[in-house]
Write a protein that binds this ligand. Structure first.
Ligand SMILES: CCC1=C(C)/C(=C/C2=NC(=C\c3[nH]c(/C=C4\NC(=O)[C@H](C)[C@H]4CC)c(C)c3CCC(=O)O)/C(CCC(=O)O)=C2C)NC1=O
Length: 169
């Protein structure tokens, strides 16, 4: 587990450097966006069941074959496994948002997932789509909560998407 600050310090320590101007700029960025990050985590915490449910509905509306016979989310067991996975992505994204670093996703979520998804035939494209739907919902909710610039919210969701797109090949 690491966050924006420990990660920065680790990199400077590796090369024995003092924190320079570039480091200061990055630290300023991180601390000045602190309240917005906390607001995002609070919004996710207060709405997670709704976000997961709505994003699932939208995903299954866009890709209905997932919940038809032969689809990977067909049967109640697999339907709930799918929503549970979406809930994992959302919860870990909220940790990464507070940390200002996506490392927690590599460590706790993505490790070994390629093998699991491949062996169970869980399709990557719709998984990525589900993550992007949640991202858009969270951004809208955080904007509604009064945060002007919500672009920082992209990072963990896009990190998951990017890693998924890589592991699909
Ligand atoms: C916190 C880290 C973590 C992650 C990420 C995780 C994912 C994860 N998802 C799984 C299954 C699954 N994942 C899905 C997901 C989907 N199917 C679809 O068609 C959709 C595209 C998608 C939902 C968006 C489904 C349906 C299964 C069950 C597949 C099966 O058992 O046949 C499994 C296999 C074991 C199980 O069923 O519990 C794991 C380990 N587990 C973890 O501990």
């Amino acid at each position: 587990m690491r966050d924006a600050v420990t990660n920065l310090i680790k990199n400077y320590d590796l090369t024995g450097r003092y924190l320079d101007r570039d480091a200061m700029d990055r630290l300023k960025d991180y601390f000045s966006s602190g309240m917005a990050r906390i607001t995002a985590a609070a919004v996710i915490n207060a709405n997670s069941p709704e976000i997961v449910r709505q994003a699932g509905l939208q995903l299954f509306e866009e890709v209905p074959e997932l919940i038809r016979p032969g689809g990977n989310a067909y049967t109640t067991r697999r339907y709930s496994a799918c929503l549970r996975d979406m809930d994992y992505y959302l919860r870990y994204a909220s940790y990464a948002l507070v940390a200002g670093d996506s490392h927690v996703l590599d460590e706790r979520v993505l490790q070994g997932l390629r093998e699991t998804y491949n062996s169970l035939g869980v399709p990557i494209g719709p998984t990525v789509r589900g993550i992007q739907i949640m991202k858009d919902m969270v951004k809208q909710m955080v904007a509604d909560a009064g945060v002007d610039n919500t672009s920082f919210i992209d990072a963990p969701f896009d990190h998951l998407t990017r890693e998924f797109s890589e592991i699909s090949v």
